[in-house]
Each structure stands twice: as C-alpha cells, then as structure tokens.
Design a protein around this ligand. Structure first.
Ligand SMILES: C[S@@+](CC[C@H](N)C(=O)[O-])C[C@H]1O[C@@H](n2cnc3c(N)ncnc32)[C@H](O)[C@@H]1O
Length: 230
C-alpha cells in the first residue's frame, strides 16, 4: 500500500498552510450532490483557488475525461477532451507546486489518450501542444487574496474558452482578470443562478478594465497552441 505524503515540511505548513488533501477526501468531496454532476459535464467550469500540486484538478480531469468517452462517439474525443481540459482552472502561490500541478494534468491527459486511442500522443501533434497550452493558461501562478502575481504587481490573467455557436470545435479565447470576477472585493457569488456551476454566467465587471487584457480571438480548439503568447 502506498502512503500519501500530505505535508512536505513544517516550514511550508507554517508559511503557506501547505497540507494536501488525501485522495479519499478529494473523491468524497467530488461526490457531493451537484459537484458530482458538474464533474460529468465537460463544460461546467471549476476553479481551484489554492491548487497545491493539483490533487483536485487531476481528480476533476479524470472524471471529465471519463465523461468524454462515455458520452460522445470516438470521432469527437479529441475535441471534447480539450473542452474538458479548458473547463478546469487553478491558481497557486508557490512556483514549485504550480509546475507539479501542470505536469500532473498533462500526464493524466496523455495517459488517458494512450488508454483510449491505443497509441502514444506525440509531443509534435497539435493535440499535445494545445493541451499543454490550455493547461499553462488555465493553471497559473497567483495570490488569490491580492488577485495578483505573488512577486509582481500584475493581475492574475485567465482565459474563457467560449464555444462558438454552430461549430463543434471552434472557441473564442477571451482573456480576463481574476479580479473581474469580484465586485468591490466582494464575491459576486450571491448572484449564482440556482443549479449553475459556471463562473462565466456572471456579467464581467468592466468598470476597471485592465490594459493587459488582450483582444479575443476565434480558433479551432485543437490549434490554440498556435496563438503562442497571445
Ligand atoms: C492547504 S494546501 C491545499 C492544496 C490542494 N488544494 C489540496 O487540497 O491538496 C494549500 C496550497 O495553497 C497555496 N496557497 C496558500 N495561500 C495561497 C494564496 N493566497 N493564493 C494562492 N495559493 C495559495 C499554498 O502554496 C499551497 O500549495
């Protein structure tokens, strides 16, 4: 039996409250009514505000990828799996935990691909590059309390990957600041419509539009890596 390491050091617990959630508890929390159904809905969005090394992110991804193969025909698995990946967000303060979380997400995705397509996904493929691109843009370094980068005075930037109506694979990539999800420091959570899990149902508050937010762009989700730094 393997034992999970939930604490890395006493100092990290004291400085960053770094105690990881054991797998059994992660699964139990994801089984809660409403959350369970959202994990089976590839478009329902999740945001982990202190992602750690990705215990929740990976578990949500596993459930969503299972939903992809159960709910769609194999011809749609590539596109749908990227939609699933693009619905999972994380913010993490510590650089080392962030990189572990990102790597675990990519590895889980690659393992899923190999299991269902019976071939290894090459790093030269559009799918691999786009999966990596989405992971790097959705799981980012930040301080969720200040809503900024831990080391610089720059806002936490995320992207909405909005499905384009009438297309099965096109998305509109819309960049937004994490702070735009809040109003005057107050979460706009009280406006959540009953039964809704997506944070994009909120009207984006554009009073304090940030100059660093780039123009939106429409592209096939399997090609998003071509956007590079955009
Ligand atoms: C209690 S662990 C939880 C990790 C993960 N959610 C889990 O359950 O396994 C705390 C993590 O939150 C991060 N963290 C602490 N304060 C944070 C903040 N203000 N913004 C973002 N991440 C933070 C720490 O760096 C650490 O990796």
């Amino acid at each position: 039996m393997t034992s999970e390491k939930l604490i890395k050091s006493k100092e990290r617990v004291q400085q960053h409250g770094e105690v990881f959630t054991p797998q059994w508890m992660v699964q139990k929390m994801l089984d809660v009514e409403g959350v369970k159904e959202a994990c089976e809905n590839i478009e329902a969005t999740f945001l982990e505000p202190s992602a750690g090394d990705g215990n929740f992110l990976v578990a949500i991804l596993e459930r969503k990828l299972k939903a992809v193969t159960e709910q769609f025909s194999d011809g749609h698995w590539k596109t749908k799996s990227l939609f699933a990946l693009s619905s999972i967000y994380g913010i993490e303060f510590l650089a080392d935990n962030l990189e572990i979380a990102r790597s675990r997400m990519l590895l889980r995705y690659l393992n899923w691909y190999e299991e269902f397509f019976h071939v290894y996904l090459t790093s030269k493929s559009d799918l691999y590059k786009s999966a990596m691109y989405i992971i790097r843009r959705n799981i980012v370094r930040g301080n969720t309390l200040t809503k900024k980068h831990p080391d610089y005075d720059t806002p936490i930037l995320l992207n909405e990957w909005k499905r384009v109506k009438g297309s099965s694979s096109k998305v509109e990539k819309i960049e937004f600041t994490f702070s735009s999800l809040f109003s005057d420091g107050e979460e706009i959570e009280k406006g959540i419509p009953e039964g809704q899990m997506s944070f994009f149902d909120f009207e984006m508050i554009d009073e304090e539009k940030d100059e660093s937010v780039s123009e939106s762009v429409i592209i096939d989700i399997q090609k998003v890596h071509q956007l590079g730094e955009r």
